[in-house]
Design a protein around this ligand. Structure first.
Ligand code: MG
Length: 459
């Protein structure tokens, strides 16, 4: 019997996303609410980021949930990790209206499971089936759900972080926060103030038009943050993406800290106290393995996507393994004693503690990390999976890893080739000790790719 591959039709690794009013319509959001309410009956917490389309979509989502009999707890505007924490502590599920780092015209929905993690692949496929199922009826007047506002619950999230730093490590430290006009305007400055820091902000007023910078915290968008850090002799600047599950940093000299280096610094910090596994996707720099191994820790690799990191961390812990940290090379870090999801506020707070303990400046800590080079390239082609299969044969004698796409591993250099699940393109990444070694491997892979694609298009 042939096994039918069931694939997600709407949701990606981080929920559904699209242009508001075009792909991400109130009709679709209502259907998502109805499907979630059918799948997870009970009390569902909802929240949103600051996007202008947020009120439209959250009301549609709530209508769908209420119509299936779910009781809705509206937590208002808050970071995704704050809603994840609230769901984990109190509710049967949650849904966040956000498009994370995407431009202002986008919006989307992230579904949160009762344990606070984002919904996994199997459950999402079930949710999608319910979404396309027209037979699920709406409840009658005496069975529809109730709605309450719970804007105060975000304070529990702030407290959950600050209570982990009772020694107030930020005393005497000036820091600058750039929440990017997003939901962390009300959380990260408060968290860092509670840690004893003197906090300055830029783009610190919530605004869904994002007047200061785009929701992706890119080096170009953080020039204002860097200038403020320098002008105030701040210890660091921290910036979030549009839903504040990621944190990126500017050091005391105003330089952007590359995200793999950021991750490495946190690994170094966590490994000072504990030994165990660090979990990260195959796309993360070898730098993490170098730092972890030096400290007597191990690295476990997963598919690309924070949900896979979070789930693997939890599974390893449940099967008796010691897992001390997890994260991605994009500023998304997971602190397992706090919760199993990326958390921008917790990352900012831990940076304060890291610097206080080291008694060093961020720029000097970064300068001591081994230097690595990463090269990234996208190639447009509809033959992604066939291309990877051919490369697999070509490089059969090398050390290969098939966790996600194809990873060709040399001693201290690797190349990762992955086909996009949503677009006709292939992503190539190379990570090496230096530019020359990296470019040599990159050019070799690129030549192989163009030869294979040429043969395919001539068929
Ligand atoms: Mg995000």
């Amino acid at each position: 019997m042939a096994i039918k591959m069931v694939q997600k039709r709407l949701f990606g690794t981080n929920g559904v996303r699209g242009i508001a009013g075009k792909e991400m319509t109130p009709e679709l959001t209502l259907k998502i609410g109805k499907a979630l309410g059918t799948m997870r009956p009970g009390k569902i917490a909802v929240g949103r980021d600051t996007r202008t389309s947020g009120p439209v979509l959250i009301n549609a989502l709530k209508a769908g949930l209420l119509a299936t009999g779910c009781d809705v707890v509206d937590c208002g505007i808050l970071p995704t990790p704050a809603l994840q924490y609230i769901v984990k502590e109190h509710y049967e599920g949650g849904a966040m209206i956000t498009a994370s780092h995407n431009p202002p015209e986008y919006n989307g929905v992230k579904i949160i499971e009762p344990d606070g993690t984002e919904m996994g692949d199997e459950e999402t496929i079930c949710l999608e089936e319910l979404l396309f199922d027209k037979s699920a009826p709406f409840k009658q007047w005496d069975e529809v759900g109730t709605e309450v506002n719970a804007l105060h619950l975000v304070d529990e999230y702030i407290h959950a972080i600050t209570k982990q730093f009772p020694e107030k490590p930020g005393k005497g430290m000036t820091v600058v926060v750039d929440p990017g006009s997003g939901p962390a305007c009300h959380t990260t400055p408060a968290i860092l103030q509670a840690l004893g820091c003197k906090v300055l902000t830029i783009n610190g007023v919530m605004d869904g038009t994002f007047p200061g910078r785009m929701p992706e915290p890119s080096p170009e968008g953080l020039k204002g943050l860097a200038a403020l850090v320098l002008a105030n002799n701040a210890a660091f600047g921290v910036a979030h993406d549009g839903d504040a599950d990621r944190s990126v940093f500017v050091d005391d000299k105003g330089f952007f800290v590359e995200e793999n280096q950021e991750f490495a610094l946190f690994v170094q910090h966590v490994c000072q106290n504990e030994r165990g596994a660090i979990v990260t996707p195959v796309s993360t720099s070898f730098l993490i393995e170098m730092i972890a191994k030096k400290a007597g820790c191990t690295v476990r690799y997963t598919q690309v996507g924070s949900i896979y990191v979070a789930r693997t961390m939890r599974e390893l812990i449940e099967t008796g393994n010691k897992v001390i940290f997890g994260g991605e090379g994009n500023g998304g870090l997971i602190f397992p004693d706090h919760q199993f999801c990326r958390d921008g506020g917790m990352t900012a707070a831990t940076m304060v503690s890291l610097l206080a303990r080291s008694k060093r400046s961020l720029s000097s800590l970064i300068s001591e990390l081994p230097q690595r080079r990463m090269i990234k390239e996208k190639i447009k082609t509809p033959y992604g999976s066939q291309l990877i299969e051919q490369l697999n044969q070509k490089y059969a004698r090398e050390s290969l890893d098939h966790t996600d796409g194809l990873k060709i591993k040399k001693e201290r250099t690797w190349a990762l080739i992955r086909a996009s699940g949503t677009e006709p393109l292939v992503r190539i990444m190379v990570d090496a000790d230096d530019c020359k070694t990296g470019l040599a491997l990159f050019e070799e892979i690129e030549t192989s790719v163009s030869e294979i694609l040429k043969k395919m298009s001539n068929r």
